[in-house]
Write a new protein. Sequence first.
Lengths: 452, 479
Amino acid sequence: MKTLLSTMFLALATALIAAPAVADVELRLPSGATWRGDVGDTVRIVFAERGVDIEHVGEVVFVSTSPAYITIRTDIAGKMREKTIFGADIKVLEAPKRDTEVGDPAGGAGGDRHVPTRKRRAPGSGLGGGDLADDVPRDDLGRPLGVFYLPLEGGVGQEFRHDEIETLVEYIDENYGPGQTIVLFINSNGGLVMEALDIADIIWDARERHRIVAWIDKAISAGAFTAMSCNEIYFRSSGNAGSVTTVRGTQSLQGPEVEKHVEHFAELAEKSGYSPYIARAMKLNRYMVSYDKDPETGEVTFYPDLRGEHVLSTDEQNLAFDSETAEHCGFSKGTADTPEELAKLLGLPKWHEISDKGRELAAQWEQTFERLNEQFTDIRYEMQFGVNNAPTQLAALGIQLRQIERIIRLHDRHPRLTWLSFTQGNSPEESKRNWELAAEEVRKQISDLRRR
Amino acid sequence: MNLTSLLPRRRTSGRLTALALAASACLTSAAIAATADVVVMADGREFVGEIIEDRADAIVIRTTIAGIEGEVTLQRSEIARILEDQDVETEDAEEAEPPTRRDIDIEEADRGGTFGVRRVERREGVPALYVVPWHGQTGTDINLEVYEMMTEDIRAADPDYIVIEVECEDYEIDWFAEPLLEEFGRTDISALDEYRRIIDLFHDDLRDIPQVVWIKQAIGMSSVLVLAWDTIYMHPDANLEGAEAAAVNFEQVRSDADTYGKYREAYMSLIRGIALRSGRGGGYKHLPEAMIQSEKKLSVTWRGREVEWHLDESGEYDIDRSERRGAKFNARTAENFGISSGTAENLDDVALLMGLREYDVIDSTSRGIFNDYVEDWRRTFERLEEAAIDYQQHSSWATGSDFIKYFGRAKSDLETILNCIRQYEAVRVRAAMQYGLQEENLRLQIRQMEDQLAAARRGNRGNAGGGRRGAPGGISPGG
């Protein structure tokens, strides 16, 4: 009995202490109205989410006046969960109408998943375009809560390069300081290993100051390598990542060289917090991977064989994740199809791009890349048709020399891209050297001809 | 065990029973009786209603599901238990949920149209459907360009629902019919990117409008793409098959095990991603894998009413045990295995399955947009083929004193071809598929011909790269 009384007094005392802090809280709404209520009140709230008005009825769990937000407990997707809504998004906050039941969002439509119910429109919820409005949510220090977004699409070493990442990080360092969230949207079939290594170095350096997020639409081969260098990976539901086998032509790299690649990739994966077994299985068929997942804790244990309950890759497979498997085994931290969904997973109240510098850099390079390709085409044409149809041998050599000199100049500015287009060696450096030798040879021929 | 015997049928293909007609009157009544018989099946399904026949091998129960009454015959061997005169919750029939998968057993009667559903003039409160044509060849007729145009129209029309009407047939299911290879859908990884963007368009940009897919026919790549939508209905004659051609994207590198592994998994993980777009779990993503990879087997296990898919024979029911062809379905099997949510012969049936008693089809320009696009690009492609024939002819005539005249015409023919390619994405795709024509090569060829012509005009034909040879390279409209 004594214990019981003590507990009762303690509970009462706690309640008395807590009461002034929570009683009669005021929340000023964007409409100008003020809500007055208390923790434990049942409220009806209408708020904007991805441009859609969402209605919930639930119990107030917590209210913060600065920054303004409210947390309610309500039925979300059939389960009672807590949901935090920021003040700026609240349109209506009031006592519920008598005929509204808790957990019946927007009038209780729903039910059979095979007859979808109409949601309200979410304008601008596609991948393009950020919300650059002024009324963005801010953290306690008044800094805007948002992201820097950089689309990385196409061949790694071509459209998809380390340069844009590097420039964006430098820009952020100079203008915004550390602690920023940089979202790299990845859509690539892969490309140059050497470029992927440079990208990894830049990301690792940036990780010391910022949060680097990979949002995967498609991350094959070098694309997956890039994603695995980031702090966190999220997928689109149709996204994939893996298949990192090094292939030349239609033959996979084998022998000691490939083992070096495998181990390097495994090290990088481990450094990023991924199982090295995953990396190896993405490289070569013979490396297997399976895992067990603790149903209580969710902890995942990977195995380099098939002993786990969930098999990711057998010795006849190469590992490429889909969004479901990636999330289940913890390779990805979640799945988001729209920026707004990603913002939620990132713990942000809404999708807000602090600057469009990333998009700008991507667009600039896209244009440059297009122009470069036109130049490459022109050089190829002149090298073939121009040379063959020159009226004299001297003229032909002159055309040839001018094109080689163009290639050398392009090598200086865009070594990898030029090397990919005019390969004359096993690396951009070797290729450039060979082009320089070729230029000297042509110059000598011209000189010899002129002396005749 | 015959799976179909286990499952209540739901075929709304145009005819319902008089019984159902009578039952419809009950839809407006306030409540259902408070006691009823309950039959619990071994697989977890429950039928609530009145047992009207009790035989040694089966019982017949009159039951109302989704607001529609019918008689269901249940084999005793499949029944776990029968509970008679049970108290059941009263349910306001007006609020009954729309039809759900495998719920309705409707016998057919000889009457036309779909019972209880009618198309009406658009007015306040009547749900409006926007029908999106998804017809023809995937990658040409069905491409991002046309659906981007249509999206604007959909937004302007502001429908309540979108019905994507699928009618794609890479080949006819007739062993004697000669397949038109050029009409096969594109399956390459670039095409997959395009298809994913089309799916994004509907799932992201139009996400606020509920969407269903109604398959009239899906043979080829479209049979996989439709799996991106959660709600699928099928015409009674529809098939879902023929995706095996996509395997060429990795089968061509089979000689190297690791390259094959890489190519296959890169491709198949994207394919799984398409099915994952539907939001369905339970291993549904393995379904398209089995449809594409002939050697993969497919089986299912029922978990209550949900289907669990296995990419092997570990499930309770084998769907595909063949190692020589991919998994395939018709309207009945697709419904049995839960791929399709019902069989619909016409739009009335689709509306009924969606739970709509009245609906209107928005008098939009969707068909116009789609058909105009298809007609225009195909006409443009014909012009391209004609220009290619002219090119061959003019090139061959470009000799001697007629060189400049006919070589100039041949160059104009190539310019026509280039313009056709630039005009329509579908033409670009088809020209590459059928003739290997690429824009860059054409541009170079035209430039080369211009230089040759200039040289010829300067009287320098001998050095002009062989004017008598005709144009470099060749294109053959005959394929």
